[in-house]
Design a protein around this ligand. Structure first.
Ligand code: NDP
Length: 434
C-alpha cells in the first residue's frame, strides 16, 4: 500500500472503499447504458429510478451473456491480435520504468485502424453483414465482455503472484487494491504487450468500430443518417485516428508508464470504453436528431479544432524531448526545466520539462482539449436527457483527479525541479482559471 499512501491523503477511502465500490458497481452500470437506450427511451435517470423503485422490472430487461457473444468477441479479439502481430511496423522502445525496465511496442496502429474501418464500412455498405445487429445485441455483448474482463483481471493477479513479469510487478497485500489497480506494469502474453493489445487494439479499436455500427443501425432503422450522428461519428473517428497516429506518445502516457494493469485499465478498456465512451452514439442510434447547418458546422469545427490542439500539445512535448530541446515551440526556442530523477535501481537520469507553448499555459493543458472534444461529439445528442453527457461528466472527474495524481507523482519524481515548473506554470488544466 505504500503507493496509495504516497499518492492519496485518505488511503483507506481511496485505496479500499472507493475501489471496492467501483469493482462492484461499474460492471452492471456499463450494461445499464444499453438498457437505458433500448428499454427506457434513452432516459438514464428513469433507468436509475427503476433500479430503486422496481429492481425486478429492471432485472427483467437486463440482458444475459451468451455463447453467440463469446463467439463474436473471440473472433474480434483474434482478428485484432492477427493485425497487431502480422502488420509491419517500426519497433518503439519506450522510456524507462520506475524500476529501470524498458518495454518495446510495434507501431502499426494506423494500418490496423484503416483496415478495421474499411471492413466494417464495406461490410455494412454492401449488406454483406448487418452492423446494426451489434446495436440490437449490444446488451448481450456487454454482459459477456464484462464476465470475460473480470476473469482476466483475476488471472492477471494470480499470474503476478506465480510468475511476475519483471521487477515492476508487485503485490501490495491489499486484495481490493491489487485487483482494482493491478499488480503488473507491463504484462506480456503470446509475444505481445497486453497493454498495447487491450488498451489500443481492443478498447480504442472497438470504440471506433462500435460507433460506426451504431451509425449503420440508425441509418437502417430511420431511413438515413441524421447530420447530428454523422458529425458526432466523424469527430470520434478523427479522434481515434489521431490516437493511432500518436500511438508512440501513448506509450509514454500515465496509463502505460504508471498505472498497473488491473481492473482500472484492463476492465476499463474492455468494458467502460465500449459502453460509456460510445454512449452518445448509442443514445443517438435510436433518437436521430438533425441539427441546423450552422449548429452542425460549429460542432464539427469545435471537434476538429480540439483534436488539432490535443495533437499539437502532445506533439510539442514529445518533440522537445526527442530533440533534447533543439527545436522551436510556437516559433521560439523552448523554455525548459532540466530535471533530474532517480530510478528504483539507484541510477540518476535527466529529463526535460517544457514550460512554453501549450505547456506554458497549464500543466495539463491537453486535458482541456480532451474535454472540449468530448463535449463536441456529445452535443448532437441534444438536451432532452442527461444520457449523452455521462461521458463528459465522467471525463471531467477523471481528468481533474488524474491531474492531481500526476502532479503528486511528478513532485515525488522530480522534487524541486517540479516545484520550479509549477512556479512557472501555476494553472493545472484551464489557463487563468484552474
Ligand atoms: P500526459 O500524456 O499528459 O502525461 C503526463 C506525463 O507527462 C507526466 O507524468 C510527465 O511524465 C510528463 N510531463 C508532464 N509535464 C510535462 C512537461 N511540461 N514537459 C514534458 N513532459 C511532461 O498524461 P496522460 O497520460 O493522462 O494523457 C495522455 C493523453 O491521453 C492526453 O492527450 C490526454 O488528453 C489523453 N487522455 C484521454 C483520456 C480519455 O479517457 N479520453 C484519459 C486520460 C488521458 P514523465 O516526466 O515521467 O515522462
Amino acid at each position: 500500500m505504500s503507493h496509495v499512501r504516497r499518492v492519496y491523503a485518505h488511503p483507506l477511502l481511496r485505496g479500499t472503499i472507493i475501489p471496492a465500490l467501483l469493482l462492484l458497481c461499474s460492471p452492471p452500470f456499463t450494461v445499464l447504458t444499453i438498457v437505458t437506450c433500448q428499454a427506457f427511451g434513452g432516459d438514464l435517470l428513469a433507468a436509475l429510478a427503476a433500479l430503486f423503485k422496481s429492481p425486478a422490472s429492471l432485472w427483467a430487461v437486463f440482458p444475459s451473456p451468451s455463447w453467440w457473444a463469446v463467439g463474436v468477441l473471440g473472433g474480434y479479439a483474434a482478428a485484432q491480435y492477427a493485425l497487431l502481430k502480422l502488420l509491419p511496423g517500426r519497433k518503439f522502445v519506450a522510456q524507462l520504468t520506475a524500476m529501470g525496465n524498458r518495454p518495446t511496442y510495434v507501431l502499426n496502429g494506423v494500418a490496423a485502424y484503416v483496415i478495421n474501418l474499411a471492413v466494417v464500412f464495406s461490410a455494412g455498405y454492401t449488406g454483406l453483414l448487418q452492423p446494426g445487429v451489434v446495436y440490437d445485441r449490444y446488451g448481450e455483448i456487454l454482459a459477456t465482455v464484462n464476465i470475460i474482463a473480470c476473469i482476466l483481471v483475476v488471472v492477471l493477479y494470480v499470474k503476478c503472484r506465480m510468475a511476475p513479469q519483471n521487477t515492476d510487478s508487485a503485490v501490495t497485500g491489499n486484495l481490493v487494491w491489487d485487483l482494482y489497480w493491478g499488480t503488473e506494469l507491463h504484462p506480456e502474453f503470446a509475444g505481445v504487450s497486453l497493454k498495447q493489445y487491450v488498451n489500443c487494439r481492443l478498447g480504442m479499436m472497438a470504440w471506433a468500430d462500435v460507433v460506426l455500427c451504431f451509425s449503420f443501425a440508425q441509418a437502417e432503422r430511420h431511413g438515413g443518417l441524421s447530420n447530428g450522428m454523422a458529425v458526432s461519428t466523424a469527430i470520434q473517428l478523427l479522434y481515434i485516428y489521431k490516437f493511432f497516429v500518436w500511438e508512440a506518445g501513448y506509450f509514454n502516457s500515465i496509463d502505460i508508464t504508471h498505472d498497473k494493469f488491473g481492473f482500472l485499465i484492463c476492465w476499463g478498456c474492455l468494458c467502460w470504453v465500449p459502453s460509456v465512451y460510445t454512449l452518445p452514439s448509442m443514445y443517438m442510434a435510436s433518437r436521430p436528431m438533425d441539427l441546423s447547418v450552422v449548429a452542425a458546422a460549429s460542432v464539427l469545427a469545435l471537434g476538429v479544432a480540439s483534436v488539432a490542439a490535443n495533437y499539437d500539445a502532445d506533439g510539442q512535448r514529445q518533440r522537445v524531448r526527442a530533440t533534447n530541446g533543439k527545436t522551436t515551440v510556437w516559433g521560439k526556442p523552448p523554455v525548459l526545466v532540466h530535471a533530474k530523477y532517480t530510478t528504483g535501481d539507484g541510477k540518476q537520469h535527466n529529463n526535460l520539462l517544457l514550460a512554453s507553448g501549450w505547456w506554458g499555459r497549464a500543466r495539463h493543458v491537453n486535458y482541456l482539449s480532451e474535454l472540449m472534444l468530448a463535449l463536441a461529439w456529445s452535443l448532437p445528442g441534444g438536451f432532452e436527457h442527461v444520457t449523452p453527457y455521462v461521458y463528459v461528466v465522467f471525463l471531467t472527474v477523471l481528468l481533474v483527479d488524474r491531474a492531481e495524481r500526476d502532479d503528486l507523482r511528478c513532485r515525488a519524481k522530480y522534487g524541486a525541479y517540479w516545484t520550479d515548473y509549477c512556479a512557472r506554470v501555476p494553472y493545472s488544466i484551464v489557463p487563468y482559471v484552474y
